[in-house]
Design a protein around this ligand. Structure first.
Ligand SMILES: Cc1cc2nc3c(=O)[nH]c(=O)nc-3n(C[C@H](O)[C@H](O)[C@H](O)COP(=O)(O)OP(=O)(O)OC[C@H]3O[C@@H](n4cnc5c(N)ncnc54)[C@H](O)[C@@H]3O)c2cc1C
Length: 176
């Protein structure tokens, strides 16, 4: 069978490879002049530095199968990702976790207390969230949302939070 895969990012590339390895004819097309989708990198001709054209990407997985699979195609350099964010003139640890919550609200809560505290902040009237913003408000409430997610959504995803879909709700898995 012949397949046409539209998009040469990770999704298209993986699907195309599997189809080809299963003996199918595959044509991959992309409107961009390169493969790799948003993960594409190119070397800066002046400095020789590898630039992540569409924003920095770090590969991370806890899935053994994915890790074994991906290593067939390249060598990975270990990297520890420690993210900090500046909000309201203070530096906070990201992704939002127990430490961030205590830093932000000036508290010394343990995991259980913090969970109950955040639940109280959540907007319970939003039963059926229709946007990223509503999803966030229904789960973490106004304060944390404004401080850590509102601007991030716009900068990282180029989308306004009140129109972005709920698909990015994974960002709200708070590590308590
Ligand atoms: C700034 C930024 C940082 C990120 N950081 C990370 C990170 O650190 N770690 C991580 O795991 N993920 C990260 N991501 C997410 C990651 O980029 C995506 O999960 C991944 O690229 C998705 O791969 P994909 O193949 O589904 O889509 P894409 O990479 O978007 O590829 C889709 C491809 O399809 C092409 N295409 C679309 N429509 C058409 C069409 N009609 N005709 C022809 N071609 C078309 C596009 O040109 C594109 O090349 C980040 C994303 C962004 C934007």
């Amino acid at each position: 069978m012949t397949f046409c895969v539209v998009g040469a990012g990770f999704s298209g590339a993986v699907i195309a490879r599997h189809l080809a390895e299963s003996g199918h004819e595959v044509v991959v097309v992309d409107e961009r002049p390169h493969i790799g989708g948003n993960c594409y990198t190119e070397r800066d001709s002046e400095t020789g530095v590898m630039v992540h054209k569409y924003g920095p990407h770090i590969f991370h997985t806890s899935d053994e199968r994915t890790w074994t699979y991906i290593q067939k195609f390249g060598t990975f350099i270990p990297y520890v990702n420690r993210v900090k964010a500046i909000s309201r003139a203070h530096v906070y640890t990201l992704p939002v976790n127990l430490l961030t919550i205590n830093q932000f609200f000036g508290t010394t809560m343990g995991p259980k207390e913090a969970r109950a505290f955040i639940e109280k902040k959540a907007d319970k009237s939003l039963h059926n969230p229709r946007s990223f913003e509503e999803q966030a408000l229904s789960m973490i409430g106004e304060d944390l949302y404004r401080a850590f997610f509102y601007g991030y959504t716009r900068k990282q995803w180029g989308a306004r939070a009140h129109t972005a879909s709920c698909i990015h709700s994974q960002a709200f898995t708070l590590a308590l």
